[in-house]
Design a binder for this molecule. Structure first.
Ligand SMILES: [Zn+2]
Length: 448
């Protein structure tokens, strides 16, 4: 027997970067987790179109559905250390705060306990899809994948690769071991229940995760590039032109590429349409052209970019969009301070205001519509999931948030008023709401 759910009420989702569809009285039918019908208003539902034996879930005024948030860059082991190390430049922050923290995940018991809370928190923030870096530990990474799978969060999980320029207590001993452990993790994730049958659209998927070129030998990067070339359904993520200190160190280690990280990663076979490049703050026109041509996606992490010491880094998102480059948003977990996608959306707008000033008005600030698109459908495109999630099109899976905004909920949100339209309530939620307004979270139709 198929399981059917019917939702009736306010619905808001993105059709494209600039168009929000706002429906006051929509009906969405979900069968076995897949959206099988969307009726834009009650008056246009054909007779006998709805299953008679299903009681619809009617959303009261002030409640509405939006697509789940898609976090394209997230370090699971940094969740407990968010906020620490303010003011440190990136490489100093890694060495003094992050690496000692990530080392704790050598202990499988610690990983199991911590990742339970990590995944719960990201789900509570409405993150229905997360693209996770694990630590470099294979066992902890497998545990993270199992927890996402059990709790029902859609996720990409990558064992972090780092075989040099990391402290002895964390560094991998050599490239071969790193590659072997990576392959073991991929096999483990693909064999999780239900994942093997549908590698393309499994709930939990593996992703190659070289931390960044500074921490990887050429041998390791080549090996990962070979794995990517052999496997059409495998994705890859790394940090890309994140900060000047990082770019300078990379240039020193790989002088042949004369400062171009695009050329560097491309030369190792690591750039394709399944590549997720985090940050991309300091980009030459040439590098923008290369990642556009190679169809890579950008994980824009405005909180981390403007928090980590050493620069007020404002990624050229408007220019990425102008060039047709895929862009999504990332919490970056410990790299910033927030697990909340709502905070990331707001910071993306602030960053874009800064960009408008820095570009003397050439790169116009992002609108609310655009930043919401980046947090949902844009992120789905970055992760090559746009056929499956990102908005409420018939045939996609039902990854959704039920938002509750009416008075009586004690949250930071600006109060809704009698005269508020659905659009007004949506704007108040996005700009002032918090997780207390996220009443229910659904992934593939399952309340998680
Ligand atoms: Zn990061």
């Amino acid at each position: 027997m198929p399981s059917t759910q019917v939702f009736k009420g306010g619905v808001i989702h993105s059709l494209n970067p600039t168009t929000l569809e706002i429906l006051d009285d929509a009906t969405i039918v979900v069968t076995d987790g897949v959206i099988t019908a969307v009726h834009k208003s009650s008056s246009e539902i054909p007779v006998n179109a709805l299953p008679v034996d299903i009681v619809p879930q009617v959303l009261p005024r002030g409640d509405f559905l939006i697509p789940g948030f898609i976090d394209t860059h997230n370090h699971a082991p940094q969740w407990p250390m968010r906020s620490l190390g303010q003011g440190l430049h990136i490489l100093d922050w890694l060495n003094t705060v992050t690496f000692p923290f990530e080392a704790r995940f050598a202990d499988a018991g610690y990983a199991a306990k911590t990742y339970e809370h990590t995944v719960d928190d990201f789900l509570r923030q409405g993150i229905t899809t997360a693209c996770y870096y694990g630590s470099r530990h294979a066992e902890a990474t497998r545990i993270l994948a199992e927890i996402c799978h059990r709790k029902g969060q859609r996720a990409f999980i990558g064992k972090c690769n780092m075989d040099r320029n990391a402290p002895d207590y964390l560094c991998e001993s050599n490239a071969n071991e790193s590659l072997r452990e990576t392959q073991d993790c991929i096999t483990h994730i693909r064999n999780l229940p239900g994942c093997a049958a549908n590698v393309e659209n499994a709930l939990v998927k593996p992703i190659l995760t070289p931390r960044f070129a500074i921490c990887c030998t050429s041998e390791l990067l080549s090996g990962l590039g070979e794995m990517l070339k052999r496997d059409e359904s495998l994705a890859m993520q790394t940090h890309f032109n994140e900060a000047q200190q990082e770019i300078d160190a990379t240039t020193q280690l790989f002088p042949d590429f004369q400062g171009s990280e695009a050329d560097l990663y491309e030369s190792f076979g690591l750039l394709n349409r399944r590549s997720v490049l985090a940050h991309c703050t300091i980009m030459t026109d040439y590098e923008k052209e290369r990642i556009a041509a190679l169809q890579c996606g950008v994980a824009h992490c405005p909180i981390a970019n403007m928090t980590v010491g050493g620069g007020f880094m404002v990624a050229p998102v408007r220019d990425f969009l102008r060039r047709g480059i895929k862009v999504g948003l990332g919490t970056d977990s410990g790299g910033g301070w927030a697990s909340q996608m709502l905070a990331v959306i707001r910071q993306a707008m602030i960053a874009s205001n800064a960009r408008e000033v820095l570009s003397a008005g050439q790169d116009k600030a992002l609108s609310l519509e655009e930043t919401f698109y980046l947090a949902t459908l844009g992120g789905a495109r970055v992760l090559s999931l746009e056929e499956h999630v990102g908005n409420f099109q018939v045939g996609k899976e039902f990854d959704a948030l039920r938002i509750a905004t009416t008075t009586g909920i004690h949250s930071a949100m600006a109060p809704t008023e009698e005269s508020d339209s659905l659009k007004t309530m949506f704007e108040k939620f996005i700009m002032t709401g918090d997780d207390r307004n996220i009443a229910h979270v659904y992934v593939k139709g399952r309340q998680v």
